[in-house]
Design a protein around this ligand. Structure first.
Ligand code: BF8
Length: 629
């Protein structure tokens, strides 16, 4: 990063991160409280100073309240995204001129059934209207429970019921977490965490799942598709437009607008050879999975993309957009455009984007980018780029392993039972400048696949491993002999890219289907699986971790966790939660040790299932059958 020269002193994310050292120890340990203004308070982790905040809150209450609030914020981000998708589905039905339409009618019918919506002899648009309204109702309905909870194994639903953590509606759980963690309400760290669990479940099995499923209906369910990744995908002779953020409701329209003949002609008029669209962060994953649009990079590459001098426009919506971008762009010709009423920046062009006139707004944005091309100065685009295959939705995994005519998880379960595949790990989440960029993701994933663990990825973690060349079938050479054999037989990579961060809900569905397929226990907590977020930074990652733990999955985070100031609270997350939910939190900053923990956990689950020794499937011939009789 040393070769990025700027005219102002905003610096890069790494420089600003270094300037933060030494960081506040109380904040890092999670025992700083600023919930009311009697504080800020901080507890002395060495027990020599304050043991209580001004109100009397202990370290565990403070850490639990902070953690629950992070969960609520993460759940809010994913879920508000989901709400926008539901609104776009309604717009598709009521205003076809918007540019939205139902792309996957088959998935529409399946999803409608989860909401008890009648599908027989009905028009697609009528079903879509009912589904959109029912999905919107999930955010604030006065009675009942979230519909998608019925996709979890029955044993899991029963457990949630027993524990009183079944989410009622998405907004209510987030509001109740904020209420319970305000000054003077919930003073029991275990009870606070119970509500945090309910809120996270409202994200994973609610807001995020609504986002994923309705996006598939609107824009198509992903299936394996080739693409390219890294800054080398930027073009030196075309207009480069980067979409950055999260909601495909915006990026899908930019894809359409950038491919229009009118815009391409305009680009040629301005001296460019065409228009090159690329993505950053999760919105990149969304358009990669559905169109094969190249990915310029993950979270920590947003400033680097601009520093190439080759980006005419960066268009952003919501989440993971660094506040630095406006100032950073002043060093280059890049035009930064915000599009969401929820996410604006001082001094930055704002083009309000709404579902109603989506395509028209997208065209306006593309036009601005093209007109900016003649202003381009010196450019320096790194050469690095790598092929990848993405698009492993749970439907695609089903078809890939089981075949189109008998789509099934049976082959996956069989391969886990016979020991070719030892288990499954979801490796997900962000980048964090506190650790070496992408290194934790790559080192962890390489070690897991070498030990015959099939890896499923989302978010910036998938982009990290894609850059390393782990998302192509040829990466099977890094896999252990069993996993390699399966990959070579099916023609799949050992690392499966399943999408953006809301698409972690795809992993929940895949795990449920593995349980329902049989042979690997009765509940998600019986499966030889684990989750990891080695370079997490966002509150959204905490919500994801929480809903995986509450769904029965061992989930280990890298970097650190803001909980270690309270041994009691740490013990609750790392030990007590397992006795309640069958899944638990863990933290391990070293990728090698993290791999060891995951491998050990998967081995333990295999032993419990009685499949710890590899068993080759015996094919019976006629003599053996006769013998049986
Ligand atoms: O939702 S992985 S840095 S881009 S928060 Fe953000 Fe983290 Fe990337 Fe996507 Ni997810």
């Amino acid at each position: 990063m040393d070769n990025v020269t700027l005219n102002n002193d905003i610096g890069t994310v790494w420089q600003r991160s270094a300037a933060m050292e030494p960081r506040c120890g109380f904040g890092e340990l999670g025992i700083c409280c600023k919930i009311c203004f009697m504080g800020p308070c901080r507890i002395d982790p060495f027990k020599e100073g304050a043991k209580w905040g001004v109100c009397g809150a202990t370290a565990e209450v403070i850490a639990a309240r902070n953690f629950a609030r992070m969960t609520a914020a993460g759940a809010a981000a994913h879920s508000d995204h989901g709400r926008n998708v539901a609104r776009a589905l309604l717009t598709a039905v009521e205003n076809p001129a918007s540019g939205y339409q139902v792309k996957d009618a088959r998935k529409l019918l399946k999803t409608a059934q989860h909401f008890n919506i009648k599908t027989d002899n009905r028009q697609v648009n009528d079903i879509a209207r009912d589904l959109a309204k029912a999905a919107l109702n999930e955010f604030g309905k006065p009675e009942g429970l979230l519909h998608f909870l019925n996709r979890a194994p029955v044993s899991r639903q029963d457990l949630w019921k027993r524990e009183g953590v079944l989410p009622r509606n998405v907004d209510r759980e987030i509001v109740e977490t904020m209420h319970r963690t305000t000054m003077g309400v919930d003073q029991d760290h275990r009870n606070i965490m119970r509500q945090a669990v309910r809120t996270a479940l409202a994200d994973g099995w609610g807001g995020s799942m609504i986002a994923t499923e309705l996006q598939d209906i609107l824009f198509g369910t992903p299936s394996p598709i080739r693409g390219q990744v890294n800054l080398g995908v930027l073009s030196d002779n075309k207009v480069n437009i980067i979409v950055h953020g999260h909601e495909p409701v915006l990026s899908e329209m930019i894809v359409i607008a950038a491919q229009g003949e009118e815009m391409l002609n305009l680009a040629r008029e301005k001296g460019a050879d065409g228009i090159n669209l690329a993505g950053i962060c999760c919105t990149a994953n969304e358009i990669l999975l559905r169109h094969g649009i190249p990915v310029a990079g993950n979270f920590l590459q947003q400033e680097l993309a601009i520093s190439t001098g080759a980006v005419e426009t960066m268009v952003v919506d919501v989440q993971c957009i660094m506040a630095s971008l406006g100032e950073f762009c002043k060093n280059y010709h890049t035009k930064l455009i915000t599009t969401s009423a929820k996410g604006q920046m001082e001094g930055v062009t704002y083009i309000p984007f709404s579902e109603k006139d989506a395509l028209a707004k997208a065209r306006e944005i593309v036009r601005m980018a093209v007109e900016n091309f003649p202003r381009r100065g010196a450019i320096d685009i790194p050469k690095q780029r790598m092929d990848l295959i993405a698009g492993f939705s749970h439907e695609a995994i089903n078809y890939m392993l089981g075949g189109t005519f008998r789509a099934s998880y049976t082959p996956l379960n069989d391969n886990i039972i016979n020991g070719r595949i030892k288990g499954l790990a979801g490796v997900v989440g962000c980048n964090n400048p506190k650790v070496a960029h992408d290194r934790q993701h790559i080192d962890l994933v390489k070690e897991l696949i070498a030990n015959d663990i099939l890896v499923v990825q989302t978010g910036c973690s998938a982009i990290a491993c894609a850059k390393e060349g782990l998302l192509i079938p040829e990466a099977a050479k890094y896999a252990g002999p069993g996993l390699r054999e399966v990959c070579e037989a099916v023609g799949m990579p050992p690392v499966l890219h399943s999408g953006s961060c809301v698409d972690n809900s795809r992993i929940l569905i895949a795990l449920s289907q593995m349980v329902n397929t049989g042979g690997l226990g009765k509940d998600i907590s019986d499966l030889p699986v684990a989750g990891a977020a080695p370079e997490w930074m966002s509150e959204k990652a905490i919500s994801i971790g929480q809903y995986f733990v509450a769904s029965g999955v061992y989930s280990v985070f890298g970097v650190s966790l803001p909980i270690f100031g309270s041994k009691i609270f740490t013990n609750h997350l790392f030990k007590e939660m397992e006795s309640i939910y069958g899944g638990k939190w863990d933290c391990e900053p070293d990728a090698g040790k993290m791999a060891g923990k995951i491998i050990g956990h998967i081995q333990l689950k295999r032993e419990k299932l009685g499949i710890s020794k590899a068993r080759e499937r015996v094919l019976y011939d006629m003599d053996m059958r006769r013998e049986l009789k």
